[in-house]
Write a protein that binds this ligand. Structure first.
Ligand code: GRF
Length: 204
């Protein structure tokens, strides 16, 4: 069983999708902790309901980003994760953590990367006028939303869409894609080769 740690900042619907897939036996792993970077998140409430330990590392209480990252690093080490899942974690992870867990951190982003990286991906897609958008699950490297792509799911964008309708449609895709990618990782079926990720047919 792989040890999974999820990082989130808000609502936690992607966290819940992963936790539910674990509870249903669809993922060969267990969630050993949810780390949140602020107080009062719905993500934390959802984890507590699932009896998953919540660790709050409130960014506001630290004097500097380095001190926050040092605490995050210490907490991660204590949890000893095989996989770190960024599920709506609204910060850029520091490079020392990214290097320490290279190939073991995945992120969900609500666009078809490499289009519309960074913040406000739905707004970027609507303003650009694309007819197609979706979500991307990718390994995390030191860039913003630039790491090797594991899975993508896509949907139409209509002229009537606004940020809210598009994000609802993409969120449904996220809730399928993220648990699927976590499952593939936990079964040892993902191999990174440069920018490309290969998915093997059989469990290791
Ligand atoms: C999702 O759209 C995710 O792609 C983005 O932040 C949002 C988090 O939603 N990175 P939730 O907290 O998982 O509900």
């Amino acid at each position: 069983m792989k040890r999974i740690v999820v990082l989130a900042s808000g609502r936690g619907s992607n966290f819940l999708a992963v936790a539910s897939a674990i509870a249903e036996g669809k993922i060969a792993g267990r969630c050993v902790g949810l780390i949140v970077d602020r107080n009062g998140t719905l993500a934390a409430v959802r984890a507590e309901r699932q009896r998953i330990p919540v660790i709050t590392i409130n960014y506001q209480e630290f004097r500097s980003r380095d001190e926050y990252e040092a605490e995050l690093s210490a907490v991660l080490r204590s949890l000893n994760p095989d996989l770190i899942v960024l599920a709506g974690y609204m910060r850029i992870l520091g490079s020392s953590i990214i290097r320490e867990y290279a190939g073991r951190i995945i992120n969900i982003h609500p666009s078809l990367l490499p289009s519309f990286a960074g913040l406000n991906a739905h707004r970027q897609a609507i303003e650009y006028g694309v007819r197609l958008s979706g979500c991307t699950v990718h390994f995390v490297d030191e860039g913003t939303d630039t790491g090797p792509i594991i899975l993508q799911r896509w949907c139409d964008v209509s002229e009537d869409d606004d940020e809210s309708t598009l994000s609802d449609r993409i969120l449904t895709l996220e809730h399928e894609a993220l648990p699927k990618a976590v499952s593939l990782f936990c079964e040892g079926r993902l191999t990174i080769d440069g920018r490309r990720v290969f998915i093997s047919d059989e469990a290791e």
